[in-house]
Write a new protein. Structure first.
Length: 365
């Protein structure tokens, strides 16, 4: 099997010649944080030699209006901060993002939406999905070929709204003005349906990744009352639209899954990732429980806790991979870390742990 065939078979719950194994977000095709740091090179070589490549793609922009009209500049308050200002009919929205030289990630230290007035400014923007040029996307698809799959990273309404605000603001507004929150979610939904329409028009058999479900789960919210109205009602419609176009719906959900597995199953998506399982302290389910709850209708992608890869040993990683495969079985499974390494340069012990992950998967095949 090629890597693409192997991933497609796993998503479809069909037999594979080897369990697919991939990195989280890292790839060699440009646009990934991994291609900006030379020490990540050996990690990419492991994936190229032993695994499958999933290329995260952002298909467009426009949730906050035309990004070419946003004003961005270095922040005065910190040497590694940048400020972006979005001008709306009801006043400006401002956000600040911080990076650190030795850390391969960024933090939003000030969100665009911090109160109800900001939320109304957001709603006043005449926004629509602005797709990327199709030429570079086609070239990326051609270069990737049979080495893996594209994964269009679009989010879902709660993920998009909290992405431009923050969780605390979202919960406060949900309590004080639920109609305002519903208007923001509906606006994000219209944007996302346009994004799905664009993807479906130009691509087939690609993953479309919906992130945000974890915000309505425990311990952040009571999933019994919050999940279906804030996530399920929207993600079910998105999943139906994605699959109607011949693509695959992926539900991204970190954290505790015990109270979410049933409503996630109801949404009808194809893949659940990154699936944190016990003994991880952030989890409350075993891999056996996940497999029993959704494994007959969804591919399980994940199970390999990133903290183990960052702090464990190759022997621990080997035992973790073996336990995942015993619990989930060889079909409908993709071995995937729950996050990426973020330390720069990449420490040797982390590289050794990732090597153990890839080599153990091969040894079990």
């Amino acid at each position: 099997m090629t890597s693409r065939e192997r991933l497609l078979a796993a998503i479809g719950g069909k037999p594979v010649d080897r369990i697919p194994v991939t990195l989280y977000e890292f790839h060699e095709y440009g646009g990934s944080v991994s291609d900006q740091e030379p020490s990540f090179g050996p990690l990419l070589e492991l994936q190229k030699r032993y695994g499958e490549t999933v290329v995260f793609v952002f298909p467009g922009d426009g949730l906050l209006g035309d990004p070419s009209r946003h004003a961005s500049r270095p922040s005065d308050g910190h040497p590694h901060e940048s400020e972006t200002v979005v001008h709306t009919p009801k006043g400006p929205l401002r956000a600040v993002v911080r990076s650190e030289p030795r850390i391969a990630t960024k933090w939003r230290v000030k969100p665009f939406i911090e109160n109800a007035e900001d939320a109304r400014r957001f709603l006043s923007i005449e926004s629509a999905f602005i797709p990327r040029e199709i030429g570079p996307l086609r070239d990326l698809e051609r270069r990737l070929g049979e080495n893996g799959m594209l994964s269009f990273n679009i989010g879902d309404p709660i993920g998009k709204v909290i992405g431009v605000s923050n969780f605390e603001t979202f919960v406060f507004l949900l309590r004080e003005d639920p109609g305002l929150v519903e208007a923001m979610l509906d606006r994000a939904m219209r944007y996302l349906l346009e994004a799905v329409e664009f993807i479906n028009r130009h691509f087939g058999s690609a993953m479309v990744r919906l992130y945000g479900a974890e915000y309505a789960g425990s311990p952040l919210m009571d999933p019994r009352s919050a999940f279906r109205p804030l996530v399920g009602s929207y993600d079910t419609r998105l999943t139906e639209a994605i699959e109607k176009g011949g693509n695959f719906s992926v539900i991204h959900c970190h954290g505790r899954l015990k109270d979410l597995l049933e409503p996630i199953r109801e949404m009808g998506a194809d893949v659940l990732e990154p699936v944190e399982v016990l003994p991880a302290r952030t989890a409350d389910v075993t891999m056996e429980e996940v497999k029993a709850a959704v494994g007959d209708v969804m591919c399980i992608a994940g199970g390999m806790q990133a903290v183990d890869l960052d702090t464990g040993t190759p022997e621990l990683i080997k035992s973790r991979v073996e336990a995942i495969v015993r619990a989930a079985g060889p079909t409908g499974l993709i071995i995937l870390p729950t996050s990426t390494p973020i330390e720069k340069p990449l420490p040797e012990h982390i590289l050794a742990n990732y090597r153990a992950m890839f080599e153990t998967v091969h040894a079990l095949s």
